[in-house]
Design a protein around this ligand. Structure first.
Ligand SMILES: O=C(CO)COP(=O)(O)O
Length: 253
């Protein structure tokens, strides 16, 4: 169905100017499959976006890690979607579990943000995922379905959305979901999209996995039929990110 493999690097709140330049140099020198095979998007903190955009190879793209829920104005400390457009930033990550948990972003707020960013022409990596408690209570599918529903209620066009399944218990813990665990939730999310949005959206929307992805586990995860790529945290700051990008060839081989 032509879901191009997608690899996002979420740098989170890390880096100095020097470190950022070093990572970009490493990426610029890397030999990776062509843009026809894999879409690569890196997401530095806001303050480094212009630098990264200006020095990053043209076949890779940049994403912000957040943006404000509506038009900019008197919202101290926020960055608006309009500003991202002004800087030529094509992507934004929204609904990351760290923001949901630490900054109390609700499902509804995330849905509003996704809709507003899309309305301004910014493509969205929308994150969903359950906590360990929710998984142990057997509510994983309900939780991610509710998070996805809050987005689906606000948007009509899914063309510019990539859905990132990031189980909270796997983020930054070194405890990666097994390929079977990831596939199970990705399958359920695709089924949810089919039943609640459309068969076409279900077939064409990329559903990517995030949570302790590294150079050693990426290939097996990429081999799962409903895993269309990754959102990588810690390993996206390291040379092994290149190996993760190369996992795209698992799909094309
Ligand atoms: O949160 C993540 C990406 O958005 C995943 O982080 P880690 O790869 O460090 O577990």
């Amino acid at each position: 169905m032509g879901r191009k493999f997608f690899v996002g690097g979420n740098w989170k709140c890390n880096g100095t100017t020097e470190e950022v330049k070093k990572i970009v140099t490493m990426l610029n020198e890397a030999e990776v499959p062509s843009e026809d095979v894999v879409e690569v998007v890196v997401s530095p903190p806001y303050v480094f976006l212009p630098t990264v955009k200006s020095i990053l190879r043209p076949d890779f793209h940049v994403a912000a890690q957040n943006c404000w829920v509506k038009k900019g104005g008197a919202f101290t400390g926020e960055v608006s979607a309009e500003m991202l457009v002004n800087l030529g930033i094509p992507w934004v990550i929204l609904g990351h579990s760290e923001r949901r948990a630490l900054l109390n972003e609700s499902n509804e707020f995330v849905g509003d943000k996704v809709a507003y960013a899309l309305s301004q022409g910014i493509k969205v990596i929308a994150c969903v995922g359950e906590t360990l408690e929710q998984r142990e209570a057997g509510s994983t599918v309900t939780v991610v379905a509710e998070q996805t529903k809050a987005i689906a209620e606000k948007v009509s066009d899914w063309t510019n959305i990539v859905l990132a399944y990031e189980p909270v218990w796997a983020i930054g813990t070194g405890k990666v979901a097994s390929p079977a665990q990831a596939q199970e939730v990705h399958f359920e999310l695709r089924k949810w999209l089919k039943e609640n949005v459309s068969a076409e959206v279900a077939a064409s929307t990329r559903i990517i996995y995030g949570g302790s992805v590294n150079g050693a586990n990426c290939k097996e995860l990429a081999g799962q039929p409903d895993v269309d790529g990754f959102l990588v945290g810690g390993a996206s700051l390291k040379p092994e990110f290149v190996e993760i990008i190369k996992a795209a060839t698992v799909k094309s081989s």
